[in-house]
Design a protein around this ligand. Structure first.
Ligand code: ATP
Ligand code: MG
Length: 402
């Protein structure tokens, strides 16, 4: 029940014709069996990188030291990796050396979870030496071999386990879960960038509430003690429930909304500091910080309140703020916001029908007074939108001068 894309078939059969073994492997096999469409197709082969390069006309040296060559067919790239054994992991992050092997079984054994350790080719069918297919059916994330050993080799796998559980709505096998609890302190060996990437995939998954497992396993105590505190104080359960309710067309914004919901208990400043430590991009840090500032505002009762909220938030932030509220079960006032848009109400200084130069022409001296006058006029227009005409605003300026 696995249908390989034509180009993958081409690569595999070319390798086989040259007397090598070759298979689709890992995530693509897992996703095909699940009926999900794989993001990319990885190929594992007994051919050495030099042999792969010799067989295909267009290749890229992606990671020769790890045995990976990208084969390019009509602008589409496929990673072809030589059967590999990982050496010892003395740093808990990377194998000290990798060695090539002629055994597919050994290559599969180094992989993280049973569901990720299956290979497939048309010639040999499904190769499933660790009962990955059964775990797929049962919905279980289970380490290949001894879980403690596997997590002590590479601590990132602990977060990968939780992330896959969230993406696939699977349960983590008891012995695998216990091993994560035991080895959670090792997460400190993993770079913040890799940690952040896994947390992002988890928060964007269909089951973002699985982020609670990052606390339950002890991982948050290591990477973000302030978040662990939120769990300990029981302050976070409403946020966790709201996570999956948030939706948004673009991934980046959805991630920002879910981060804001998740970190609300920290407040804007602490949340921003955490996101800086995790080295997230500035746009995400600033957006989450702003959303958390805004989420303290009371929900609007009328159009004037809404104009004031838009003034604070800006139009770019409004859909995120409203979605955050909706997910939390608060009144989102999307209709009220729509009236601000439909009427083209002024909510910023740049939308006033008067500018700094007009004020100077009207006799206001250059300097701070210009800015504060514009602020005052904006406040007035927020209360009374009909006053946003050049004449009314100039009249107001002159009246104030007297
Ligand atoms: P996705 O790409 O959808 O996130 P994937 O399973 O394809 O999932 P990748 O990170 O692309 O994950 O890795 C491809 C394969 O390489 C995995 O399926 C697994 O077999 C193996 N693998 C990846 N990372 C590790 C790791 N840290 N330890 C052991 N095996 C790994
Ligand atoms: Mg992949």
């Amino acid at each position: 029940h696995i249908t390989l894309p034509t180009k993958v078939k081409q690569i595999i059969s070319k390798l086989e014709k040259a007397d090598f073994e070759a298979y689709a492997v890992g995530g693509c096999v897992r996703d095909s069996i699940l009926g999900r469409s794989p993001e990319d197709w990885d190929i594992t082969t007994s051919a050495k990188p030099e042999e792969v390069k010799r067989l295909f006309s267009a290749t890229i040296d992606t990671g020769l030291q790890h045995g990976t060559v990208t084969v390019v067919i009509e602008k589409e790239g496929f990673e072809v990796t030589t059967f590999r054994l990982d050496g010892d992991y003395t740093d808990g992050r990377h194998p000290d050396r990798v060695a090539f092997t002629s055994s597919l079984t050994e290559d599969l054994r180094r992989r993280d979870f049973t569901i990720n350790a299956m290979a497939y080719s048309e010639k040999r069918g499904l190769i499933d030496e660790f009962d990955g297919e059964r775990d797929l059916e049962d919905g279980i994330i289970r380490a290949v071999g001894d879980a403690c050993e596997r997590f002590s080799e590479d601590a990132l796998r602990m977060l990968r386990a939780i992330r896959f559980a969230g993406q696939l709505n699977f349960k983590i096998a008891d012995e695998t879960f216990d091993a994560i609890k035991e080895f959670s302190p090792n997460i400190a060996k993993v770079s913040v960038e890799r940690i952040a990437k896994e947390l992002e995939k988890l928060l964007l998954s269909g089951n973002p509430e699985y982020i609670a497992l990052v606390y339950e396993t002890g991982i948050f105590s290591v990477i973000a003690p302030e978040v662990a505190m939120l769990f300990e104080n029981g302050e976070i359960s409403a946020s966790i429930k709201a996570l999956s309710k948030a939706s948004f067309p673009e991934k980046k914004e959805l991630y920002q909304i879910r981060l804001a919901i998740f970190l609300e208990g920290l407040g804007a400043d602490k949340a921003a500091n955490l996101l800086k430590r995790l080295k997230l991009d500035n746009d995400t840090i600033n957006t989450v910080k702003k959303l958390l500032g805004l989420s303290l505002r009371e929900v609007e009762n009328n159009e004037t309140d809404m104009r004031r909220t838009v003034k604070e938030a800006g139009h770019k932030m409004m859909p995120l703020l409203l979605e955050m509220r909706r997910a939390k079960g608060l009144k989102d006032n999307k209709d009220l916001y729509q009236t601000v848009i439909d009427n083209g109400y002024c909510t910023s200084i740049s939308e006033l029908n008067i500018n700094g130069k007009d004020l100077m022409d009207a006799g206001i001296p250059k300097g701070a007074l210009i800015g504060s006058t514009l602020e005052r006029l904006l406040e007035l227009v927020i209360e009374k939108p009909e006053l946003n005409t050049r004449e009314s605003l100039l009249l107001e300026v002159r009246r104030n001068e007297e």
